[in-house]
Design a protein around this ligand. Structure first.
Ligand code: MEV
Length: 444
């Protein structure tokens, strides 16, 4: 069957679904029924989903879970998390409960500046460009006045513009680096619009003057998702004694091993990647639930993790004077207004559950979720191992994959209530149960 098509985007949604099913699926009817069954019952809501992106043919669901008992800056939150991986919500809840009785999470905004660049080349004298820039800087900012009016009224806008010389790395390459404060919005559209306006003004205003001294070529104007000056820090701390329920020597061993696990993630990129992946389990799920851009947050966090020239842990730990301190410092450029916040009903719900936080408060919550996740992972890894808890949580997924009935699930969950079975053990128990049931049935 010919899979090429012209004008696909112009087809109606129904026609797109039918084409897709007919051309790509072995059982078109089954595929169509499935796509239709994932449409929202409320046409208005479905229309919003259809219009979030292009060529929508269905919805793709993720579970929305909540982790209660998060004490952050002396306020208790129930944290919404959208994620498909079992154990993540349970781990966050467990960590939150652990720290609830030990002072909770202390989160602090360090800085909130976002950055964008006009990337350009200039083949003339560097000093000429420096002089030209200092003469045009004021007008460059002024050229965006209309665009920045509302943001300035909210306390944000353009913070500064600097000329950056990158010619040592790439011939004739310079940047205009622009700093922004975008208040409660993530600000990507705002930043990009300002940059494009500035680039246009820059090009047009210097065109005549520059003719005899060289040529300027604007390559592109775009925000950077790396935001090393938009930083949140979150910390937990308690006495070593409080770390475990058992005697102090066990607490000391736990603290020591926990710190060693962090030290490993600070020098070994193989471990650091998995370590940070676990942190991102906690971060991305809250980012998704609150309608923020998890790809942007991921990109920023991983670049930040490599800022010293080697990829390493985003968390750190200190043991001093019998106090155990564990913290995270990450770049988070997120918003609580604009974007999906008023469009996606589940995003609105998530923000309501959090008590309608502003962007700073949401940064503090997200950082706590990442730290909680890492605490749970390292606690498990350095004591019982990760599989015990994970396989227990994963049991239902395995049983669903095997096609277990509700009764079979109930029986096998009871059987494994005190152990963490491996996949093969679940399969074998399931087969035994089925055989026994079939035996019972045939005896009837
Ligand atoms: C699994 O999604 C995340 C962990 O591998 C993180 C870690 O190893 O720190 C458990």
């Amino acid at each position: 069957m010919n899979r090429k098509i012209n004008g696909f985007s112009k087809l109606s949604k129904k026609a797109k679904m039918e084409w897709l099913a007919k051309v790509h699926l072995k059982n078109p009817k089954k595929g169509l029924d499935l796509m239709n069954s994932y449409m929202h019952i409320d046409q208005n809501i479905q229309k919003k989903h259809d219009e979030f992106i292009e060529n929508t043919v269905a919805n793709y669901y993720l579970p929305l879970g909540v982790a209660p008992n998060f004490l952050i800056n002396d306020k208790i939150y129930t944290v919404p998390m959208a994620i498909e991986e079992s154990s993540v919500v349970a781990a966050a809840s467990k960590s939150a409960k652990f720290w609830l009785s030990r002072g909770g999470f202390k989160s602090k905004i360090i800085s909130t500046k976002k950055i964008g660049h006009i990337h350009f080349t200039f083949d003339g004298e560097k000093n000429y460009l420096i002089d030209l820039f200092s003469r045009s800087k004021h007008d460059l900012i002024k050229s965006t006045e209309l665009l920045t009016k509302n943001m300035r009224q909210r306390g944000g806008g353009i913070l500064d513009v600097n000329l950056i010389d990158k010619t040592e790395k790439l011939i004739n390459y310079y940047q205009l680096e622009v700093g922004f404060e975008t208040c409660d919005s993530m600000g990507a559209n705002f930043i990009n619009s300002c940059l494009e306006e500035m680039a246009k003004f820059f090009r047009e205003s210097i065109e005549n003057e520059i003719k005899n001294v060289g040529s300027i070529d604007v390559i592109m104007s775009i925000l950077s998702n790396y935001t090393p000056e938009c930083i949140v820090r979150c910390e937990v701390a308690c006495t070593i004694e409080e770390l475990t329920k058992n005697d102090i020597s066990e607490s000391k061993i736990f603290a020591k091993k926990f710190k060693q696990a962090i030290e490993i993630a600070k020098i070994e990129p193989y471990r650091a990647t998995t370590h940070n992946k676990g942190i991102m389990n906690g971060i991305d799920s809250v980012i998704l639930a609150t309608g923020n851009d998890f790809r942007a947050v991921e990109a920023a966090c991983h670049t930040y993790a490599a800022k010293d020239g080697q990829y390493k842990s985003l968390t750190d730990c200190e043991i001093s004077n019998d106090i155990f301190k564990f913290w995270i410092e990450i770049p988070l450029s997120i918003g609580t207004v604009g974007g999906l916040t008023k469009l996606h009903p589940m995003v609105e719900l998530s923000l309501d559950i959090l008590g309608k936080p502003n962007s700073h408060e949401l940064m503090e919550i997200v950082a706590a979720s990442g730290l909680a996740q890492n605490f749970a992972a390292l606690k498990a890894l350095t004591t019982s191992g990760i599989q015990k808890g994970h396989m227990k949580m994963h049991l239902l997924n395995t049983l669903n994959q095997l096609g277990a009935s509700e009764t079979e699930k109930e029986i096998l969950q009871r059987v494994f209530s005190k152990t963490a079975p491996h996949h093969a053990q679940v399969v074998s128990a399931f087969n035994n149960l089925r055989n026994t049931q079939e035996g019972d049935f045939s005896n009837d």
